[in-house]
Design a protein around this ligand. Structure first.
Ligand SMILES: [Zn+2]
Length: 764
């Protein structure tokens, strides 16, 4: 983009903020933008383009693309950048490469070029969109050696199209020349690619290029089949990851050579770690390279909920840096299960997904399929949301989370423990823990296992939810965290597997857990998976039992109550058992460790006459508290985290939240009281605190999609202030209202009278 336009844009962004957000905020923003701009006087486009729009062009669109209407729509929806289809599977411009397929209706027209010019004339940034992973048949016939092949030599197909091979000249030569051509013709700010990473893990390519290159690296043939126990297969996985990073770097070299140092190439990425694994996209390494991340993560799945988007934002920024942008493609059509590309998504459903994204510091990027649509409701959804975003953008970027609880994850655990079943083995335990924290309104942060050391100064509790695969250095980082007084919760098979998923004879962190595996060779990922999928009629027995002298019928010859219960069991005074149903490894607790719950083995459900506990008591530990003086540590063999994600039993969620509350002591910076399911995200931005409250009550009480928003409130909120901040003013960014602020030592208390979809509160 030309310098004058950039300057104009800079003035616009600051001007808008002066008008809408008050003098202090605008001074801050202007100052920061100027500082970033440095001597060149220009903030790079990828740091200031906060709202994006995309009309994914279909092959029939050239006949009737109403560019004038879309320009108005860009303006109405306050976007600052657009993603425009340029090339790849389909070229929407007259490419000099004859095999670059052009739809018949396009003729000689340069539709992409017209749109790029219109966007630039309107002061918008342009991301040219590619889809480099497939071609039409003519291309395949001309370059059969550029395409992925199965073991029998047949090309990999995707419908009518042919899948290109990442190790062929298609990626090394052809794609960089297409990128160069696009940049020379239309000068987009950058290029983004939809499915840039080529064939996924389930399509092993045996073409000559792959065969030769893999042999050069590994001295082996490409594995004939998937086998996670085979070192050659694991080498093949790593080789594939490395190749995708090479492609990322090579494409960036090409765009920068053609368009200057700010001309970025950015492949789109998913917020699903399992999805990233299947596509060989190493999210940590990609984020280390990226100046901006384009998230292709369009809608919620019913199992993980809206909250997954807020979490994705935090997970991505934890890798990318909190000062960078991560716009996310947000479908305005019915995406997900089932998909209807041409039908509007119900407005409340689209809205809550967007608002959760904002709460996770994700930027909006609306997305439609095709340049025209007969369900016109989809074009109404974004305008009010983006107007709000524009008016409050100052508060929605460049901020750091305030959360003392870190939920640890790693892509390596998803690959080498999750294998082909990451949902059961890896994602459910993480999600159960996250859902328990959401429900208890305890702010948390996803922490990559390689970043434990980096992030630990801000954390008081580390939670390792079935983080089975752990490297020695990750274990060492956990140990140092605990030695410094940090508190630890671990569940399931945490640290029981080495970096490649090889079983250890005992937990690498056994010394911290005060627990040891008792069946040295009795465990395997296959056994874990089987038990993860089963639901048995089993229970947990809480200790010590409290059954004598309390309300309820007398029970046989039960032992008398034996002392006071641990605070982790708070709220369960009227029960000695909890429903379980899940799995727990065979472990032994060290002498001196407290066992707060034991396993009651399964017994029949049917017929009712037979439904009595055959073995009412065992000493099989389900929850262990080591006798540690300095830190609070809990190790839970029982997979209650996985069970909570799956079965949604409030008891399981309460016990998980109790664990974290106990471990956190008085370090949780937020208390929100009042009815409803409310997702809370707290941030620090310079000398202010920003609190997002998202009302998920609707989503929690009915199935997807949400079609009505039901207000909750009043909510009583208390926020701990941060060092150097004396809170004197409070501002509601969604429903401006008068509300009084009470200061109590280092806490600020106030009321939110009503919460419809979301509220953002700024304390400064
Ligand atoms: Zn190949």
């Amino acid at each position: 983009m030309r310098r004058t336009n950039r300057r104009k844009f800079l003035r616009q962004i600051v001007g808008a903020t002066v008008a809408l957000a008050g003098l202090n905020a605008s001074t801050d923003l202007a100052g920061r933008l100027e500082a970033e701009a440095g001597t060149a006087g220009v903030v790079p486009w990828y740091r200031r383009t906060l709202r994006w729009g995309q009309t994914n062009i279909t092959e029939i669109d050239p006949a009737g693309y109403d560019i004038a209407w879309w320009r108005q729509h860009w303006k109405r929806t306050c976007v600052q950048g657009v993603i425009l289809n340029a090339g790849g599977i389909v070229a929407y411009y007259p490419s000099k490469y004859p095999l670059h397929y052009r739809p018949p209706l396009l003729g000689d027209r340069d539709l992409y070029g017209e749109l790029a010019k219109a966007a630039h004339d309107d002061g918008l940034m342009v991301f040219a969109r590619m889809d480099s992973n497939r071609t039409h048949e003519a291309f395949y016939k001309a370059h059969p050696d550029w395409f992925a092949r199965d073991a029998s030599g047949k090309p990999h197909r995707a419908g009518e199209l042919y899948v290109t091979c990442v190790n062929s000249p298609y990626y090394d030569e052809y794609i960089p020349s297409v990128l160069t051509e696009i940049i020379e013709r239309s000068h987009p700010e950058g290029i983004t690619d939809n499915s840039w990473s080529g064939p996924g893990r389930d399509s092993i390519c045996y073409c000559e290029n792959c065969t030769k290159k893999f042999h050069e690296r590994a001295g082996e043939k490409i594995p004939r089949e998937k086998n996670w126990d085979d070192p050659v297969y694991r080498e093949w996985i790593e080789w594939n990851y490395a190749r995708r990073l090479e492609i990322w770097d090579a494409n960036n070299r090409a765009t920068k050579a053609a368009g200057g140092t700010d001309c970025l190439w950015v492949g789109m990425n998913s917020g699903s770690i399992g999805g990233q694994c299947r596509s060989f996209r190493n999210l940590k390494e990609i984020c280390r390279r990226a100046e901006i991340l384009m998230l292709d993560h369009q809608a919620r799945s019913e199992s993980s909920g809206f909250q997954q988007n807020g979490e994705t934002g935090k997970l991505i920024h934890g890798l990318l840096g909190w000062d960078k942008l991560a716009p996310e493609s947000m479908a305005m059509y019915q995406a997900g299960q089932p998909t209807f590309r041409k039908a509007a998504k119900p407005e409340p459903e689209a809205r809550l997904w967007m608002l959760e994204g904002f709460a996770g510091t994700i930027q909006p990027w609306w997305h439609h399929i095709g340049a025209s649509g007969e369900d016109r409701r989809q074009y109404r959804i974004v305008e009010p949301i983006n107007r709000w975003h524009e008016a409050n953008q100052e508060y929605l970027v460049d901020r750091e989370p305030v959360a003392g609880v870190g939920l640890v994850w790693s892509q390596q655990n998803t690959d080498y423990y999750g294998h082909d079943n990451p949902e059961e083995l890896v994602e459910l335990p993480f999600r159960g823990m996250a859902n328990a924290l959401l429900r208890a309104r305890i702010p948390y942060l996803p922490v990559h296992a390689d970043h434990i050391e980096r992030d630990s100064p801000r954390l008081s509790v580390l939670v390792l939810p079935n983080l089975a695969v752990m490297t020695e250095s990750q274990c060492a980082a956990v140990r140092r965290f605990v030695e410094r007084g940090g508190n630890l919760i671990a569940t399931g098979q945490t640290s029981l597997y080495g970096p490649w998923g090889e079983p250890r004879t005992d937990f690498a962190l056994a010394d911290l857990f005060a627990a040891h595996v008792t069946l040295a060779r009795g465990h395997s990922i296959q056994v874990d998976l089987k038990s993860a999928r089963e639901t048995l009629h089993s229970y947990l027995r809480l200790a010590p039992e409290q059954s004598a002298g309390v309300y309820g019928p007398k029970i046989g010859n039960e032992p008398p109550p034996a002392g006071k219960r641990h605070p982790i069991l708070k709220g369960f005074d009227e029960t000695d058992i909890l429903p379980f149903g899940g799995s727990l490894g065979s472990v032994r607790a060290e002498a001196g460790a407290a066992v707060l719950a034991t396993f009651v083995p399964p017994f029949p459900v049917y017929p009712p006459e037979s439904s009595w506990m055959r073995v009412p008591r065992t000493d099989i530990p389900a929850l262990i508290i080591p006798a540690n003086k300095k830190s609070r540590i809990a190790y839970m063999p029982a997979d209650l985290d996985r069970r909570y994600a799956r079965d949604n039993f409030p008891d399981h969620g309460d016990l998980l939240a109790n664990l974290v509350r106990w471990a956190a002591g008085d370090t949780i910076p937020l208390a929100v009281r009042g009815p409803g399911l409310v997702d809370c995200h707290l941030y620090r931005q310079h000398k202010r605190l920003i609190l997002h409250l998202v009302n998920l009550t609707n989503a929690g009480t009915w199935r997807a999609p949400v079609d009505e928003l039901i207000p909750v409130g009043p909510l009583s909120v208390e926020v701990r202030t941060i060092e150097g901040l004396r809170v004197s003013t409070m501002k509601f960014l969604v429903s401006p209202r008068e509300s009084s602020l009470t200061l109590k030592k280092d806490w600020v208390a106030f009321q939110v009278p009503s919460l419809v979809d979301h509220e953002v509160i700024v304390l400064e």
